[in-house]
Design a protein around this ligand. Sequence first.
Ligand code: DLZ
Length: 193
Amino acid sequence: MPEKIHIFIQKKEESILILSHKNNNMSTANKNLSDYNIAAMPDATPYRFGIVVAEWNTEVTSKLLQGAYNTLQRHGAADENIIVVHVPGSFELTIGASTLLSQKLVDAVIVLGVVIQGETRHFDFICQGVTQGVTQLNIQYNKPVIFGLLTTDNMQQATDRAGGKHGNKGDEAAVAAIQMAHMQYQIAELNKD
Ligand code: DLZ
């Protein structure tokens, strides 16, 4: 049985993240995935989010989920506006996201998975499949599908990016989801004038 999800809810006033107040650059090994400019963040309260999370490498993906969920909440998303969907592995992230989008349940979707390089070419096929699948969904539904897939050489690199020394890819994905949902709202509003 895969490990069940533990969602740690923290109050807004509790300072939990590393907040650098620097800029919005996405991560590399030299950047912390949890760094972002909190002052520039839109309010997430009006938006509905889907999180699709792979159970393969669940010890890491559960931490990505925790990061994404906490970050959405921190910016105002209510529990009832966050749908978490579990899929067996990263290859199924695309169909998980597509199901949420086709039912018009969400304003943005985050997909979370961890693919670790093995001895075979399976790694390449899964990474390509998810990358192309997610790209396709963005275009097909005109909704943000945020790529929260860790593609690493080993487990250490993955844990370093799931609440470890390089921050949490789930935080980064949630920040992008809020920004993109808000961007679409703002553009729709312009169209009303
Ligand atoms: C089969 C497989 C392998 C070898 N490695 C991973 C992995 O590192 N990360 C991951 O999320 N999933 C992996 N899977 C499972 C596939 O994503 C998929 O669930 C199965 O091939 C069934 O379609």
